[in-house]
Ligand binder design. Structure first.
Ligand SMILES: [Zn+2]
Ligand SMILES: [Zn+2]
Length: 118
């Protein structure tokens, strides 16, 4: 799989501080958009996740799931968003979009599982 090495702010371990680091990102796929992150909030759940307080963190981790940026690439199946647009991302980046919860715009209750931002 093709990857791109990018700058990020994260941590390699629960007992290490947040710091600038390099991570590999996979290539943009058909239903993805890529954004250049301009701003990102860091909330309490990001800090718990960075410290593995909930026992489910995979390291390295780049916390932050309230993201705003400019679109730099769009996948071949993406409609309604183009390069140069602004985009925002919350704590979920995908769900099945077909279950009863998703059909009611309640993706956080997706019956087939949702995909978290990190
Ligand atoms: Zn949050
Ligand atoms: Zn669903």
């Amino acid at each position: 799989m093709q990857t791109t090495n990018v700058k990020a702010f994260g941590t390699p371990a629960a007992d290490a501080p947040l710091n600038e680091m390099k991570i590999d990102r996979r290539a943009v796929m058909a239903k993805d958009i890529e954004i250049e992150i301009m701003y990102c909030g860091v909330c309490h759940s990001d800090l718990h996740f960075a410290k593995n307080d909930w026992g489910m963190t995979n390291y390295p981790v780049v916390p932050g799931h309230e993201i705003v940026g400019k679109v730099t690439q769009v996948g071949s199946d993406v409609t309604g968003i183009k390069v140069g647009d602004f985009a925002a991302v919350g704590c979920l980046v995908d769900s099945c979009r077909t279950c009863p919860s998703c059909e009611k715009d309640l993706e956080q209750y997706c019956l087939n599982g949702w995909v978290g931002t990190y």
